[in-house]
Design a protein around this ligand. Structure first.
Ligand code: AMP
Length: 288
């Protein structure tokens, strides 16, 4: 099937209406474009579940802070469309900023508590922007299922809460992080890295693995695990600046002192121009 490109709200609604009339269920994959294998895995999951799959491609200005990389964010529309088509997506929704935020728009969605720590602490307003745009995309497309990446773990947890609180009848799926061969999580922001920074960036995954291995061997103290991760980053990514390293409860994102159940180990590190994030879910019951 050829990919339908929809630039307006009316046209994507029409495409979805026709698909529903033909008996299809709808899957949505929200993205900011510059698509890579991580995004493709979400498209594959939706297509694999049998949905008429809508990939939304929209660099959402409201989720960028005033000093962040909105202007520099890579925009690669034609290549994105080719990737969508190659992976069997049915439609790409690529709205203009003015269509999503017409003059006079005054509504935004705030999910409390879950957005305060981790990325929320250093990116004020970021999750309000994410929640607002995703709620709008849910309302525009009206999907049965939505696909997000574990790479942005806090985002997935916040959006799951939002969907539940606002009664969106949508099944949320969180798909595993897709990594480069050396462990670096795929991200559009990796291309900001110089060759040397790119080598150093593998230390994020290295630090996560180090903590996961220690937990598997019986370590439980979060403070010592964080210190070991910090040491690993200092040694292997000397140009990196740690924003946060945290061990949190994956349900409510509260800090964990003693690891005696499933834990989300998450970190954000600025390397050169790129703010990189990564995480691992670890369960100490999976002891080595
Ligand atoms: P973005 O375009 O960065 O806003 O990401 C769009 C979606 O793709 C989000 O649900 C991300 O979590 C997901 N995603 C981004 N990178 C990866 C990755 N390396 N593996 C899996 N999913 C990813």
């Amino acid at each position: 099937m050829t990919l339908q490109r929809c630039d307006t709200i009316e046209s994507i609604r029409g495409a979805v209406r026709a698909a529903r009339a033909a008996g299809r269920t709808i899957g949505i994959v929200p993205t900011m474009g510059n698509l890579h294998a991580g995004h493709a895995s979400l498209i594959d999951a939706s297509v694999g579940d049998g949905h008429f799959t809508v990939v939304t491609i929209f660099v959402n200005p409201t989720q960028f802070g005033p000093t962040e990389d909105l202007a520099a964010y890579p925009r690669t529309g034609e290549a994105d469309l080719a990737l969508c088509e190659a992976h069997g997506a049915a439609a790409a929704f690529m709205p203009a900023v003015e269509a999503m935020y017409p003059p006079g728009a005054r509504t935004s969605i705030h999910v409390a508590a879950l957005t305060e720590g981790l990325c929320g602490a250093s990116r004020p307003g970021h999750f309000d922007g994410v929640c607002t745009v995703v709620a709008k995309l849910f309302n525009i497309v009206g999907p049965d299922a939505a696909y997000f990446g574990q790479k942005d773990a806090q985002q997935a947890i916040v959006l799951r809460r939002m969907a539940k609180d606002l009664d969106f009848p949508i099944a949320l799926h969180v798909c595993p992080t897709v990594r480069e061969a050396d462990g670096l999580a795929m991200s559009s922001r990796n291309q900001y890295l110089t060759a040397d920074q790119r080598r150093q960036a593998t230390a994020l995954h290295g630090a996560l693995r180090l903590a996961a291995e220690r937990i598997a061997r019986g370590s439980t103290g979060a403070a010592a695990l964080e210190a070991a991760m910090r040491e690993h980053l200092a040694a292997h990514a000397p140009d990196g600046t740690v924003d946060y390293i945290a061990l949190v409860n994956p349900e409510d994102l509260t800090c964990v002192q003693d690891v005696n159940g499933p834990v989300l180990i998450a970190l954000a590190v600025k390397v050169g121009r790129a703010r990189l994030i990564d995480n691992l879910m670890v369960d100490p019951r999976d002891r080595l």
